[in-house]
Design a protein around this ligand. Structure first.
Ligand SMILES: [Zn+2]
Length: 586
């Protein structure tokens, strides 16, 4: 049977692959991934890996791989539906085998749509005349319009019925609005009155990891308002504040290799505006285990930027312990001269923030010191050796300001001018870049055979196209919004059937607003899935939008060539037939 996509999404979310596999295989964490001994072939080295952020496993030895459902099919020897039932039971989920459950998922989908439409409406309001106070507030906080759009920020006017009226015009019922916690109800003199929950507030849509709008946080603009400044949606069928992390839908695509955890949405948004696209926010200071699990799926490095007041410190201590238990390293960022990330960024800018973030204050100093201790700097030959090594070390610091600061420090230690050191570092930096480029070129020249799938049935006919197809698949699996760039690339243009089939299935899920992940694919053989998993795992470097467009162009070009080829073949075949006919007739 086909299970509803939303159910499968939840099944997979509630059965983290590292947990499920961890019950069968002893896993060790290394970076973002886990490694262990493969349960499917006998081995002494750990070729078996699990990537929690992609929700897949892969064995470099026997090339088995796939999502959590495939793993259970393989290891428990179950059919697809039975593996789904097995995992549902494990997570305490009921399998939607009857109408009641089907209807629950339909209701969920309806609420997602309602919240998305409400977010659109609030955003329109912000842009309209009525949104002037909201725009003034955001401008006062130094937020640019690009950021406003990126986060879909909106405005709820100071009126009790504007949202309800607008949404009912779009066909939603009052019951649905209440179920989404957009409208409240109260009784007076035996009559029931409804009212918009959010009024006179700047509206931040709460978007879950899959990209669904599930609720709102509204910041009041009423200076005399007695309650809390932020009003958050209550828990609903689609929103549970215990397992919600603000900004995770964006931060999960970040290439910065860590997560910056802020206290409130405004701090996280400021980080994004200044280029730190790995920032998220918990709603309030006490972090839940569920939130830690979500963050742990995408990183093993967290930088916390919580307030330094006393209450904040207690919460911070508790959070550190919880992160460490989950195998995630934590650092605390302290802001001197500003109360939070938002203020710090606007006051001092991105570069200063970056230096703080790199933890250079302790880490880089420490590395430079320990290098220095290995040399006797009173001797000229040792001094030269130290400077060379220091230049190599410093050239590896990602931030130009850091390279400058530590270059000066090393120069001072060795008694040379900062300019001489600068020259040495820039030479080391260039060497490093050259080596990296060479590596990249070598990869591009790797023999064609290395690109062929392990399973014979999946051999590629057109290597140039298949290579581009693999890049396209990898990119959309990393960031499904890239489908927007690929509007002109139909699955039919793919030369490798298995890649085309995966592309088509993922694109359909993207269009329907579901999770785009290999873990949720149905109707693929184990060999196909294993191959796709290998494709997704290989070469983790993201490519630029231009490179992606180039790949799409290459696929289309090869496709056109093959069509022409076929056209010629068909023509030749027709000619042959005609000749034969002639011969036959004559
Ligand atoms: Zn294996």
């Amino acid at each position: 049977m086909a299970f509803p996509p939303a159910f499968l999404d939840e099944l997979i979310a509630r059965n983290p692959i590292e947990d499920v596999v961890g019950q069968y295989v002893q896993l060790k964490r290394s970076g973002a991934n886990y490694f262990g001994l493969c349960p499917f072939h006998s081995e002494k080295t750990g070729s078996f890996s699990v990537a929690p952020n992609k929700q897949i496993y892969y064995c470099f030895g026997c090339h088995k791989g796939g999502g959590v459902i495939n793993f259970i099919m393989d290891i428990e020897n179950l059919s697809y539906p039975d593996a789904v039932r097995f995992l549902a039971k494990r997570a305490g989920l009921e399998v939607p085998e009857d109408d009641r459950y089907q209807s629950r998922y339909r209701e969920q989908e309806r609420l997602w749509k309602l919240c998305k439409d409400a977010a659109r409406f609030f955003h329109q309001q912000l842009k309209s005349d009525a949104g002037k106070p909201g725009r003034a507030y955001l401008a006062g906080r130094g937020m640019d319009w690009q950021t406003v759009t990126k986060f879909g920020i909106g405005f709820a006017v100071d009126d009790w019925h504007t949202l309800e009226n607008a949404m009912r015009k779009q066909g939603y019922t009052r019951e649905e609005l209440i179920a989404a916690d957009l409208v409240g109800e109260r009784e007076k003199d035996g009559r029931r009155y409804s009212y918009d929950r959010f009024t006179n507030r700047v509206m931040f849509p709460l978007i879950d990891v899959r990209g669904n709008v599930v609720g709102f946080a509204g910041r009041t603009l009423d200076a005399n308002y007695q309650g809390r400044k932020y009003l958050n949606s209550k828990d609903t069928l689609i929103f549970n504040k215990r397992n919600f992390v603000f900004g995770m839908n964006l931060a999960k695509k970040s290439k910065q290799g860590r997560i910056i955890l802020c206290e409130g949405p405004m701090d996280a948004i400021a980080c994004h505006q200044f280029g730190f696209d790995c920032a998220v926010a918990s709603q309030g200071t006490s972090l839940t285990q569920e939130q830690i699990n979500i963050i742990g799926k995408y990183t093993d490095q967290v930088v916390m930027t919580f307030d330094s007041d006393f209450a904040g410190q207690n919460a911070t201590q508790r959070a550190i312990t919880m992160f460490e238990k989950a195998g995630i390293s934590v650092r605390i960022l302290r802001f001197e001269g500003a109360k939070d990330a938002d203020e710090f960024l606007h006051k001092y800018g991105a570069d200063r923030f970056s230096v703080l973030l790199e933890g250079s204050a302790d880490q880089a100093d420490y590395r430079l010191q320990s290098l220095k201790s290995q040399y006797d700097l009173s001797k000229d030959d040792q001094k030269v050796e130290f400077l060379k090594k220091a230049a190599v070390l410093i050239s590896g610091f990602p931030n130009a300001i850091e390279r400058e600061i530590y270059g000066a420090k090393a120069a001072e230690a060795a008694g040379i001018t900062p300019d001489a050191m600068k020259l040495e570092i820039s030479r080391a930096y260039k060497n490093r870049r050259r080596r990296e480029q060479k590596k990249e070129e070598e990869k591009n020249l790797s023999p064609v055979t290395a690109l062929q799938p392990a399973a014979r049935g999946l051999r590629y006919d057109n290597i140039r196209s298949a290579r581009a197809e693999e890049v396209v698949l990898r990119q959309v699996l990393r960031d499904a919004s890239q489908f927007e760039l690929l509007k002109d690339l139909p699955p039919e243009a793919f030369s490798a059937p298995v890649l085309g089939k995966a592309y088509a299935a993922l694109r359909e899920r993207y269009r329907a607003g579901h999770d785009v992940s290999l873990a949720v694919l149905q109707d693929f053989t184990p060999e196909e899935l294993a191959h796709l998993t290998g494709v997704a795992r290989a070469n983790d470097e993201p490519v630029s939008e231009q490179a992606l467009r180039d790949c799409a162009a290459a696929i289309l070009e090869e496709h056109q060539k093959s069509q022409q080829g076929q056209g010629e073949d068909a023509l030749r075949a027709t000619l042959e037939r005609m000749k034969n006919k002639k011969g036959y007739g004559g």
